[in-house]
Ligand binder design. Structure first.
Ligand code: ADP
Length: 318
């Protein structure tokens, strides 16, 4: 599929700081792509350049074959800086925004009502924006960015400030937009939020892209290498037996004396992630084993592996 967005050698400097450093990137059409990385990594700067709000010092950007300015009616953008017309009533604001994008008449009214329902905001139509909670305002701003049903949706930290229930709701709606064929980019410094919804991951650290791949490929590359076994009583003796298996690289007993963490050697388990047969055989006859779990590496684990520190540790590192 042709790329919706292409960046070639894109660099942006602020004085001595290189906020975005020679970034090459292709976002395939129809993908749901997470820009992930710690605060200060360069995600917003990259997004603002894609949106032609600021311009790179070097390099080239193509958005749907041109610039974002040429295609602004086909793009929906949620900026990191939030802000609504405070005195305006919600329904007036959304109708105003939709009219600016060329939607009118009965379609306009139905669209606004549908979106308020979809974002579970049934009772705010007549409220002024300033009367809404931060989370509600954010949901309204999200609606304002997608109400014209754009082909390309770019969301800068869409989950920040939302509680877990609303984060899940927004994640579901983003997934639905993707399912309907839209290309979506969103940024977040909370990696597990991306893990649940995106099909493509671009990890950014200190202005550089450190990983750009499909989630499926990342899962294949960063194979699960860890198995957690929970015993129903002291696991010391079981630990020793597991430790002696050739498939097991190392085995540790947690402080609770019941949870055993096994690291498995290269080559096992294979693609798709299965528990090596030798380990299953050893555990098979054990009545005192409560659970065996193959731990899938999280995107946080992948980030640590690539840059040597966690997203939390890297936050504000620039
Ligand atoms: P992220 O979105 O990943 O949190 P940003 O793109 O906002 O990161 O910022 C990347 C780096 O560029 C940070 O160090 C930030 O302080 C710096 N930066 C961003 N915008 C400006 C600006 N207008 N002037 C100076 N420095 C900036």
């Amino acid at each position: 599929m042709s790329p919706a967005i292409t960046l070639e050698g894109v660099t942006k400097r602020y004085g001595d700081l290189t906020a975005v450093d020679a970034v090459d990137l292709e976002v395939p059409e129809g993908s749901l792509c997470g820009f992930l990385g710690p605060n200060g990594a360069g995600k917003s700067t990259t997004i603002r350049m894609i949106m032609s709000i600021i311009y790179p010092d070097e390099g080239r950007i193509s958005v749907m074959g041109g610039s974002a300015l040429d295609r602004k009616d086909d793009i929906g953008y949620l900026p990191e800086e939030r802000g609504l017309y405070r005195k305006m009533r919600v329904v007036e604001l959304l109708r105003y925004v939709a009219r600016l994008k060329g939607i009118d008449g009965s379609v306009l009214r139905a669209r606004v009502d549908d979106w308020l329902d979809r974002m579970e905001l049934p009772d705010v139509r007549r409220k002024r924006c300033q009367e809404l909670s931060k989370g509600m305002q954010q949901k309204i701003q999200f609606i304002a960015s997608v109400i014209h049903e754009p082909d390309l949706v770019i969301l800068d930290e869409p989950f920040s400030g939302l509680d877990p229930v609303n984060s899940r709701l927004l994640g579901r709606v983003i997934g639905e937009l993707h399912g309907a064929g839209r290309t979506i980019i969103f940024s977040t410094h909370v990696l597990h939020q991306a893990e649940q919804i995106c099909d493509r991951v671009v990890m950014i650290d200190r202005g550089r892209v450190v990983l750009d791949d499909s989630l499926a490929e990342i899962r294949r590359t960063f194979d699960p290498r860890s198995i957690r076994v929970e015993a129903s009583r002291d696991g010391e003796e079981l630990l020793e037996r597991l430790r002696s298996l050739e498939e097991v690289d190392s085995a540790t007993l947690h402080e609770d004396r019941e949870t055993i963490e096994l690291r498995i050697g290269p080559g096992a388990p294979g693609e798709g992630g299965s528990i090596p047969a030798g380990i299953l055989d050893e555990l098979g006859g054990e009545a005192r084993v409560r659970s065996i779990e193959l731990r899938r590496p999280t995107l946080d684990d992948v980030f640590v592996k690539l840059v040597g520190r966690s997203v939390g540790e890297a936050d504000g590192a620039t």
